[in-house]
Design a protein around this ligand. Structure first.
Ligand SMILES: O=C(O)CCC(=O)C(=O)O
Length: 268
C-alpha cells in the first residue's frame, strides 16, 4: 500500500476563484530565497550551455531573439532544471487552479528578455501554437520570475476573462497582428489589461487562451524567467508539427503521454 503525502502549495481558495474568473492569477513567494538562488544558478547554466535536447528558438541578433531569448525543454539537458520543471509544488498548484484530475508536463522554457535592442512580447494567446485537438484544452503556464519585474524590464500584463473569447488566430510575435482585431463584436470589453509587477520568486499562472503581453526590457540586465506549460491528462495530439512533439512517437488523435510528457500531479 502506498502512503501518498499531500503536496503543499501556496494556493488558496481566493487564488482558485480569481483564476477561474479571470484566466490568470498572481501567486507570491512560490519559491524560497534558497530555491531562488539555486534556480538562478541552474537556469543560467542551462541557458549558456548547449546540450543536444533543448532547443533555442533563435540566435543572438535575430528578430525573435529581440522579443525573447527562448530555450525550450531545458529540463532535458540539465538535471537540476529537471527537478524544478517537474516540481510537485508547481504542478499541483496548476492542477488546483485548473480543477483538473491530473496535470502533465508539456514543456518548460527559459524566457529571457535581453537588454539592448529589446522588443515587447505582443498580445497573444498560447493555445493557437500548440499541436492539440481541443479548442479549449485547459492548458496553462506558470511564469516564474527570477528577477524583480515591472514595466521597465518585461513584466507581464493580462486581459481578464479574455480566455472566454475562445481560440483565435496565432500572432506572429516578430511581426505582430493586432489580436484585438480578431475579437468578434469589437474591442470594448477586451482592452482592459492588468499589469502585474512581481518580486523575484513569485509567479503568475495563465490559461492558454488568456491574452497576455510583456513589456520590452529597457534596463541593462536580462529579465530571467522559467515558464512551464502543463496540460490536463487526456489532451490529444493534432498531428501538427511542433518542436516539442516532433519525434516523440505520438499518434495523431491519441492522448499526449509517455516519458517526455510525465504526469506531474494527480488528484487524491
Ligand atoms: O515572457 C514573456 O515575455 C512572454 C511569456 C509568454 O508569452 C508566455 O509565457 O506564454
Amino acid at each position: 500500500m502506498t502512503n501518498q503525502t499531500q503536496v503543499q502549495t501556496p494556493i488558496t481558495q481566493a487564488h482558485i476563484d480569481f483564476y477561474r474568473e479571470n484566466g490568470f492569477v498572481q501567486v507570491d513567494n512560490m519559491i524560497s530565497p534558497e530555491e531562488l538562488a539555486e534556480l538562478r544558478e541552474y537556469l543560467e547554466e542551462a541557458m549558456q550551455n548547449d546540450g543536444d535536447r533543448a532547443v533555442n528558438t533563435d540566435k543572438k541578433g535575430g528578430l525573435y531573439y529581440r522579443v525573447l531569448n527562448q530555450k525550450v525543454n531545458v529540463w532535458r539537458d540539465h538535471a537540476g532544471m529537471g527537478r524544478y520543471t517537474a516540481h510537485p509544488r508547481f504542478a499541483e498548484s496548476a492542477r488546483l487552479l485548473a480543477g483538473a484530475s491530473g496535470m502533465r508536463l508539456f514543456h518548460d522554457h527559459g524566457l529571457w528578455k535581453m537588454p539592448g535592442d529589446s522588443k515587447e512580447t505582443p498580445w497573444h494567446q498560447d493555445t493557437p501554437y500548440w499541436p492539440v485537438n481541443e479548442k479549449n484544452p485547459g492548458m496553462m503556464s506558470i511564469w516564474l520570475t527570477l528577477d524583480d519585474v515591472d514595466e521597465r524590464n518585461g513584466c507581464m500584463a493580462f486581459v481578464p476573462k479574455s480566455n472566454r473569447l475562445g481560440k483565435l488566430k496565432g500572432i506572429d510575435l516578430t511581426d505582430p497582428q493586432n489580436i484585438f482585431d480578431y475579437v468578434e463584436g469589437g474591442q470594448a470589453d477586451t482592452q482592459k489589461p492588468v499589469i502585474v509587477p512581481l518580486k523575484a520568486g513569485s509567479c503568475t499562472f495563465h490559461d492558454g487562451l488568456t491574452f497576455h503581453y510583456a513589456h520590452a526590457n529597457s534596463t541593462d540586465r536580462p529579465r530571467r524567467v522559467l515558464a512551464i506549460i502543463y496540460m490536463p491528462d487526456g489532451v490529444t495530439y493534432s498531428g501538427d508539427a511542433h518542436v516539442i512533439t516532433d519525434g516523440a512517437g505520438l499518434e495523431k488523435g491519441q492522448p499526449i503521454a509517455g516519458p517526455r510528457f510525465p504526469l506531474l500531479a494527480r488528484e487524491g
